[in-house]
Ligand binder design. Sequence first.
Ligand code: F6P
Length: 364
Amino acid sequence: MSKSKRIGILTSGGDCAGLNAALRAVVHRAIRGYGWRVFGIRDGSLGLMNRPLDYCEFDLSVASGEMLRMGGTILGTINKGDPFAYPMPDGTTKDRSAEFVEGYKELGLDALIVIGGDGSMRILNKLCKQGGVPMVGIPKTIDNDVAHTDYAIGYVTALGVATEAIDRLAPTAASHHRVMILELMGRDVGHIALSSGIGGGADVILIPEIPYSLEGIVAKLAEVNQEGRNHALVVVAEGCKTETGLPVTQVQADGEFRYGGIGQYLAARLGKMIEAETRVTVLGHVQRGGTPGMRDRLVASAFGVHAVDLIAQGKMDRMVAWQHGQVVDVPLSEIAGITRAVDPFGTIAHTARGLGIYIGEMKA
Ligand code: F6P
């Protein structure tokens, strides 16, 4: 029996489906398996920087099956406000990293589990290293771009939502003989667009990893037409650039930039080159919400159990990862700064080309 510990857990970065399943698994394993106490930190790193500290203690009531079915995160999360350069109301930034470490110590924690994407993982790991805080990471993001893991929590549910959107666009495209353009999330990578595009039967899929040309898209649409179909589906990842390599972004009310608008850009350009009408759908945050799918519930549960086991084994500064049907763990130092992009010549891209989908032009 290991010495009783107090562990903290927080969710950081954009929310997604399956976060609560991971929290539930951590609580189960820590309390039932090891007799430890589990503290949920609210709103990512903010919960430890705020005074009074913002947290709750979990008991087994949180481990009910309801948590598996709930989207979002019951702890709340943030995807801005780097503690090393925290934005202050007067427009300046302040290093609040010491407040985070003091908060961790005030709560008397022995280790911290961080559920986050690559950005949160990098910042939190830097914070924890600086303050001597033992940390274990659990990867999550609908973008599925965390290095060394086949799955991040949230990805497969988002894929399902995106595929359903294509399924729903297909009949209206057919009825009106239109080219429907669907813009999907994924920031700098095209995992969601490529896989859901294949699953939904898209004719054109554009992702940031593979350059494209408007002429290439038009040629594919002409081919579809020659084959006797007067409508088509185009899927584009939000991080795709214009033909001349410019990112298409929008400024949010708080001054932050987010991708958005590549669908409209394409519609405007293609509209001058093809006869068919085009319409654009931007799926946006719908991809992050909803009831978690089965794969995310399973992966999140496995990650939660293994993360607690790592702490019990004293294996810190590591991230749990899914590789070839197994949960393994990898050093957090190997995650930082690496983006798991779509392999332009990997199985999924090869499948798309084999199906005759236009996915851009890139020589091997
Ligand atoms: O990283 C996850 C993600 O959903 C991206 O796909 C998207 O570009 C971004 O977050 C949106 O962020 P926000 O929630 O700040 O709009």
